[in-house]
Design a protein around this ligand. Structure first.
Ligand SMILES: [Zn+2]
Length: 605
């Protein structure tokens, strides 16, 4: 049994090797801005009708136009405009979560541009007529009041959430041929999808207007990607006086529901490190959107619950529960309520593929140490970037950002062993959270989740858990492989003081104290070799976004399948850093898309 589990871990965790450093997308060739625009109407690819795909329960009705395929560029542009307006209409009632993580950079002679400061923002956006945003974080960490240093003044820009959130559409008000010129460039594949590429610029002065390039898929003419910026100033003083400057951005949409490409990723970058530039400062930022379908999840959840209850009924059949059994069921019920609430707030992913990876490692630790824990220990993924873990009773939760940056399986075991230690030591007594077994305790607004829930431990419990975790690791298959886990902590120690946004936990415990010093599992750090940025085979931490991808529509988390890319210089390592997005682009309903791979996973399990 033991051997079998460990072997499973090896196969499941092959993707967790440090070699899977960077998401690469070889099929999307770099855009050549020198391609001359055709002056003649270029011929267009044959248009295929939209493929018939099953409609998911909560998907909006597809409004793919049924008219004849466009024959000229002007007709294509009309279709693009029409689809963009249909998307805005479809998203009008949605309130996705928007997370922006931004790193300010300074030029380091050894490793190139390196983060010296960071900012983290999480909120929910109302995509109705007036884009509105509600903040998940408490006031003093919000965009509005964040102390943004001289950097802000330097670039005369505002780190306003609107600055990022605005970038999901080309132009909310006047996206049409009267306002914009469209210049057809060429055809190009983004992933599996053939796209038509246009340069788009406003007629006239272009104040506050989009200026850049759009990629349009060639079946229904939805925009898949937009890359560019927005002009400063505007005749619309109310909006643009406040958000007078926009960053350069690369914005990606994914075909997560039939007929629509949903805004999912935005990469932004600004700054100048060129020779002779005065300040040599810059920033880069990742914005992720998800939770589009949170309000409409109820119907599909009911089905899941009905199926679940017939499969795994853990209660003793046809018998009354003993007081101890009742206590455990009470605890599990409270756990489920809390996780359910966090899932509904868009903070925890529905149970899925990534959980299985975490579960395998936890099971390895449990079996190797002959632990007998009831109720059984489970694992879940939090959807946010900051590096943190917590446990609700016997359910361990690890943040997406943390899974992303961990260099290998042993370092994941280190992370999980700490939470497992809390469980073993009884640090999550039912009394701490069984108040959530009463469902009325769950009736708070999504935005106040962070104020209403917290699973932090005090310093004494943290220290005791570290000690116990060391024991658990010593008797585990990871005992001899902990050097990289220690290196990971060294990397946190090195970068901690500069990356407080990434290292400040929101619901649980993190790795560092307020000064950025590593507090968790520091023993392992002291046993690890020294950090050496120039040693190319020493990978202490990965960049963000390299392991877990998130379905922006239904919040399922999956492991990214990347081809290992060789690291050729110290600059390639980018530990804990933000990198541009190059998501795999596929059509909804094709073999490679989200829904189909999930169906396979369910059938196969
Ligand atoms: Zn802890």
């Amino acid at each position: 049994m033991r051997t079998w589990l460990w072997m499973t871990a090896v196969s499941v965790l092959l993707t967790l090797s440090a070699a899977a450093q960077q998401p690469a997308n070889p099929s999307s060739s770099p855009v050549d801005s020198q391609v001359p625009a055709s002056t003649v109407q270029p011929s267009l690819p044959e248009v295929q009708p939209p493929s018939a795909v099953p409609q998911p329960v909560a998907a909006p009705p597809s409004t793919v136009p049924s008219s004849a395929p466009p024959a000229t560029v002007d007709q294509v542009v009309d279709r693009v405009v029409e689809r963009e307006h249909a998307l805005m209409e479809m998203l009008k009632t949605r309130t996705p979560l928007v997370e922006t993580y931004l790193q300010n950079l300074k030029l380091d002679p050894q490793v190139g541009p390196a983060p010296v400061q960071d900012h983290y923002f999480l909120g929910r956006m109302d995509m109705g007529e007036t884009v509105e945003r509600r903040n998940y974080l408490s006031k003093n960490t919000s965009f509005e009041s964040a102390k943004l240093s001289d950097f802000t003044r330097l670039f005369k820009l505002e780190y306003n959430p609107m600055g990022f959130a605005w970038m999901i559409f080309v132009d909310r008000e006047d996206f049409n041929r009267q306002t914009y010129n469209f210049r057809y460039l060429h055809r190009e594949f983004l992933g599996d999808v053939r796209c038509l590429v246009f340069d788009v610029a406003a007629k006239g002065t272009g104040d506050g207007r989009f200026r850049g390039r759009i990629w349009v898929e060639d079946h229904d003419y939805n925009i898949v990607r937009l890359n560019g910026t927005y002009g400063p100033h505007s005749r619309n003083p109310n909006f643009f006086r406040r958000y007078a400057y926009f960053f350069h951005m690369d914005s990606w949409r994914l075909n997560l529901v039939p007929g629509y490409w949903v805004p999912t990723y935005i990469y932004s970058e600004e700054g100048d490190f060129s020779y002779g530039s005065k300040d040599k400062r810059a920033f880069k930022a990742q914005t992720r959107l998800w939770g589009y379908d949170l309000q409409n999840r109820a119907a599909s959840e009911l089905t899941e619950v009905l199926v679940d209850s017939t499969v795994k009924d853990e209660s003793p059949t046809a018998q009354d529960a003993s007081p101890l059994e009742a206590q455990r069921q009470w605890q599990r019920q409270a756990e489920d309520n809390v996780l359910d609430r966090l899932q509904k707030a868009g903070l925890v992913a529905p149970a899925g593929e990534v959980d299985k990876v975490l579960q395998t490692v936890v099971d390895n630790l449990i079996i190797a140490n002959n632990l007998d824990l009831a109720p059984s220990v489970r694992t879940r993924v939090m959807l946010t970037s900051p590096l943190e873990t917590f446990s609700v009773g016997n359910t361990i939760v690890v943040s997406r950002g943390l899974v992303d940056v961990l260099p290998d399986e042993a370092s994941l075991a280190m992370v999980l062993s700490h939470e497992l230690a809390h469980i073993v030591l009884g640090h999550n007594p039912a009394s701490h959270f069984t108040r959530y077994a009463f469902t009325d305790r769950m009736l708070f607004s999504d935005e106040s989740t962070y104020q209403n829930m917290g699973f932090r431990h005090n310093q004494e419990e943290e220290a005791a858990a570290d000690l116990k975790a060391s024991d658990l690791l010593k008797s585990s298959p990871y005992a001899q492989k902990l050097a990289t886990a220690g290196l990971f902590l060294r990397e946190l120690a090195e970068r901690g003081p500069k990356l407080s946004g990434l290292l400040t936990p929101r619901l649980g415990n993190g790795f560092t104290n307020k000064k950025g010093e590593v507090t968790r599992m520091a023993v392992l750090m002291n046993l690890a070799p020294a950090l050496d940025p120039n040693k190319l085979d020493q990978i202490a931490a990965l960049p963000l976004g390299g392991r877990v991808k998130l379905n922006a529509w239904d919040d399922h988390a999956e492991l990214i399948k990347t081809t290992p890319v060789a690291i050729t210089s110290a600059r390639d390592k980018m530990p804990l850093e933000v990198a541009p997005f190059f998501p795999r682009i596929t059509r909804y309903g094709t073999a490679a898309d989200w829904a189909s791979s999930r169906k396979k996973a369910i059938v196969g399990s």
